[in-house]
Design a binder for this molecule. Structure first.
Ligand SMILES: [Zn+2]
Length: 203
């Protein structure tokens, strides 16, 4: 018992020194991050999430969930087409889990939200400046910009959007809800809106 008290005392003193010297701020931030992520995991996942591209409506998305993609691979998400450089907004609140490159996705951002669900944004032309792992994001946060990185090279620019539960990928389409269009967009002539409807089944 005495020994345990001593160990705890040393631990508390070390933590105190780390905190007052500032060396611990990184450690305490990290601890706080894990506590917050753990809290997110315990919450019920959203049944409705926001469209990552503000001016795209749900009915413009051609459902390609589970569409064959070469030998032995199926499409684990939805492709949302928009001009290169269109801001990609977070579909949910959550924490940035990963910012990085992989061969299929190119430049990607992953956000962990309620229920430990991971929202995956791929083929980004660029990341939002200053975006870092551990950042808290809301549905108003720009994560990056639409592009053609990864295996989307040579295809029309689009966002590949994936949703991963602890049991694997699920179709994002039923979850997506349109963002309220700003008055200017709503009043655009019909032709303009129809022209921006880009559907491509390749990528
Ligand atoms: Zn895709």
């Amino acid at each position: 018992m005495k020994r345990l008290v001593k160990v705890l005392g040393v631990f508390a003193a070390t933590l105190f020194i780390l905190l007052i010297t500032g060396a611990g701020s990184a450690i305490s931030d990290k601890l706080l991050f894990y506590v917050r992520v753990a809290k997110l995991y315990s919450q019920t996942p959203e049944s409705r999430i926001a469209m990552p591209l503000a001016d795209v409506s749900k009915k413009q998305i051609a459902d390609t969930w589970q569409a064959p993609r070469g030998v032995g691979r199926r499409h684990e998400g939805q492709d949302i087409f928009a001009p290169r450089g269109t801001p990609v907004l977070s579909a949910t609140n959550g924490y940035v889990l990963r910012v990085g490159v992989n061969s299929l996705g190119g430049q990607t951002v992953s956000v962990v939200g309620s229920g430990g669900r991971v929202y995956y944004y791929a083929h980004l032309d660029a990341y939002a400046p200053g975006l870092e792992v551990g950042d808290w994001v809301s549905t108003r946060t720009v994560l990056g910009y639409v592009g053609t990185t990864g295996n989307a090279q040579g295809t029309p620019p689009h966002l590949h959007f994936g949703v991963y539960t602890l049991n694997g990928a699920i179709n994002p389409l039923p979850l997506l809800t349109d963002r309220t269009a700003p008055a200017m967009t709503r009043n655009k002539p019909r032709e303009t809106r129809t022209r921006s409807r880009l559907i491509n089944r390749r990528a």
